[in-house]
Design a protein around this ligand. Structure first.
Ligand SMILES: NC(=O)c1ccc[n+]([C@@H]2O[C@H](COP(=O)([O-])OP(=O)(O)OC[C@H]3O[C@@H](n4cnc5c(N)ncnc54)[C@H](OP(=O)(O)O)[C@@H]3O)[C@@H](O)[C@H]2O)c1
Length: 287
């Protein structure tokens, strides 16, 4: 298992198993499969409604707790210190864990107001204070953010004591927000790529299929490897055993020339998923 190093010197496994849209009932089985096939990092969130199932899967795996890295996220709609603090305690209870490895602010704004005029700078400082406190108390081992643009990150850097360790953002072939990645790298913030398979929309993209064929790998394998080679944490989701297993077979290297080709590829057609705020063109952060 490969790792990246956070700015608090802790290791974070580079390949994470994503659990968005896996319901609480199925989460235990899926997490057990993921751990069976070698994932050591599970990505969940309060908003996914599956923290209990994720916790059950972790315990049922029989693996020592310290071998598994667990990320969760404070709901996008929680924008006060008190509510954030309570929500972290609830996540710990629902997961049934003594500590969470990484806790993120899910989004700078509530989803209904994503990338709106109100940047929620003051509120995010409050939520961050609850995360800092949980970090100091050992309830969470690392803290970070998700979907933060440069201005959102700068707000935290300017006003808070502890620097974010992670920014989890949308990155996949055809969607590489180089400005944010560069800013994070300059500020020692590890970048995580969510939706590395473009929420499944990469599967039928001709240029990506062609490149995957060249390396004799599947489209998801190419997509995951692409985000790992960008030196980001990659968070693919899969629900079938076959997909969960295949997505860990990443023993190949994309050449530098092909990485550049893939970075320059045209935007992927999101179709109906562009109805979700994170895939909606007007909200995208790519530069
Ligand atoms: N912070 C945020 O705001 C945010 C936003 C979005 C996502 N995320 C995180 O990132 C994770 C991944 O993103 P995502 O769920 O949007 O999508 P994704 O990983 O980009 O793509 C998942 C889709 O690809 C399919 N797939 C996966 N492996 C496959 C394979 N080997 N062959 C064929 N199809 C395959 C899955 O199908 P099956 O399910 O049928 O296997 C599913 O339809 C999420 O689960 C979540 O943890 C975070």
């Amino acid at each position: 298992m490969d790792y990246l190093i956070l700015n608090n010197d802790q290791k974070i496994p580079s390949l994470a198993y994503g659990t968005w849209l896996i319901n609480n009932k199925d989460a235990s089985k899926c997490v057990q499969l993921a751990l069976k096939y070698g994932y050591r990092h599970i990505d969940t969130a309060q908003a996914y409604g599956n923290e209990k199932g994720v916790g059950e899967g972790i315990r049922a795996s029989g693996l020592p707790r310290e071998e598994i890295y667990v990320t969760s996220k404070v709901m996008a709609e929680i924008k006060s210190y008190d509510k954030a603090k309570k929500s972290i305690d609830k996540s710990l209870k629902d997961l049934g864990l003594d500590y969470i490895d990484l806790m993120l602010i899910h989004c700078p704004q509530p989803w209904a107001l994503f990338r709106g005029k109100n940047k929620y700078f003051k509120e995010n400082i409050e939520v961050w204070r609850a995360l800092e406190e949980a970090y100091k108390e050992g309830k969470v081992k690392a803290i970070g953010v998700s979907n933060f643009n440069i201005e959102d990150l700068q707000n935290i850097l300017d006003h808070c004591e502890i620097k974010p360790m992670v920014n989890q953002i949308l990155i996949h072939i055809g969607e590489v927000p180089v400005d944010i990645i560069k800013f994070c790298s300059e500020n020692d913030i590890v970048v995580e790529s969510y939706s590395p398979i473009a929420h499944g929309r990469a599967l039928n993209n001709n240029a990506i299929v062609e490149m995957a064929n060249k390396y004799n790998v599947s489209v998801p394998q190419l997509c995951i490897k692409f985000t790992l080679q960008l030196e980001t944490v990659s968070i693919p989701k899969a629900s079938s055993e076959e997909h969960i297993r295949d997505n860990t077979k990443l023993d190949f290297t994309i050449s530098e020339e092909d990485m550049i080709k893939l970075m320059k590829l045209n935007e992927i057609d999101y179709g109906l998923i562009s109805l979700w705020p994170v895939y909606n063109k007007k909200n995208r952060t790519k530069k």
